[in-house]
Design a protein around this ligand. Sequence first.
Ligand code: FAD
Length: 309
Amino acid sequence: MSNALVIIEPGQDAASLLALVAPVADTVAVAVLAGPGGSASAVAGAASTTVLQADGLQAGEAAAAVVAELVASHGAELVALPATARFREVAALLTGRLDAACAPDAIALARTADGLTADRLLYGGVVIGTFALQRPVAVVTATVKPLADGAAPAGGPAPARAVTAAPVAGKTLTGRAEVAAEGGLANAERIVSFGRGLRAAGDIELIRALAAALDAELGCSRPIVDDLKWLGLPHQVGLTGTTVKPRLYLAVGISGQIQHLVGMRDAKTIIAINNNPSAPIFEASDLAVVGDLYEIVPRLTAALAARSA
Ligand SMILES: Cc1cc2nc3c(=O)[nH]c(=O)nc-3n(C[C@H](O)[C@H](O)[C@H](O)COP(=O)(O)OP(=O)(O)OC[C@H]3O[C@@H](n4cnc5c(N)ncnc54)[C@H](O)[C@@H]3O)c2cc1C
């Protein structure tokens, strides 16, 4: 028996979430997160609809705590929430709280031999990715519509229950760092970018010298920012970094995984230096230089310096 929980707020139509979970759930319970005195109609097709009334449920943390309790009391293995700003936050907090799997913006769910899977549109809808949700609980979000004005209520009024939303400690924004100016990658004409092919933080000076010789901005792959912490996020190129479109993109010691490529493949000319002749970056490159960056980069910098002298 597989139980799903659909979460909405008053005024939202749960139909798309019900349709999403229907292929994989035996029973679906709907919970409507409302303020004190809030109400909603029973949702057609759901085993139950409950209106939860509480002060403070607008706070993501408080809502996530209430939903986590519902997951436990329903024995739910799947929670579907609207893909709105409010519920995206709740979904993320709930995922952390339950150590769950999470599929934001899911378009279809299925049950396979490997368990629950979710289809999601990727790269602006060009590709559908299928993700295995391999945790006891899965959290998904999907698009919902508002209830049509004047639409006949699907059922009678749903029973309401007062719940207590845990108070959430306030957070104060004390300042805003001007990070965008630091990297300046988005509008750069030339970029020299490096990746994990570089062996030590001190070796960045080799790349900086080449960038200076080309009057180029300094870019990098994600591990340089996330794992090694040699540079800040404004230097990262790619899916979770900056998308760039320079006239020249020089990739040094970068393998060319798709998450990097989507951020730089629109560069006019791409040159890659890599000691692995099969590196995927070469497939996206106009000029492939196969060799050791520690030999090639200093020679290239010297040649450029000699030309401008
Ligand atoms: C959700 C998600 C988002 C992501 N977002 C981004 C993103 O925005 N940007 C990004 O870059 N990545 C991103 N990634 C990570 C991405 O999948 C790759 O792991 C990452 O791009 C690899 O970085 P790299 O090429 O520097 O390292 P590696 O893949 O380790 O490649 C290092 C390369 O250096 C070469 N090399 C080694 N030594 C030398 C040498 N002496 N001379 C020449 N070449 C050498 C190797 O042959 C290899 O090709 C993301 C991943 C996920 C899951």
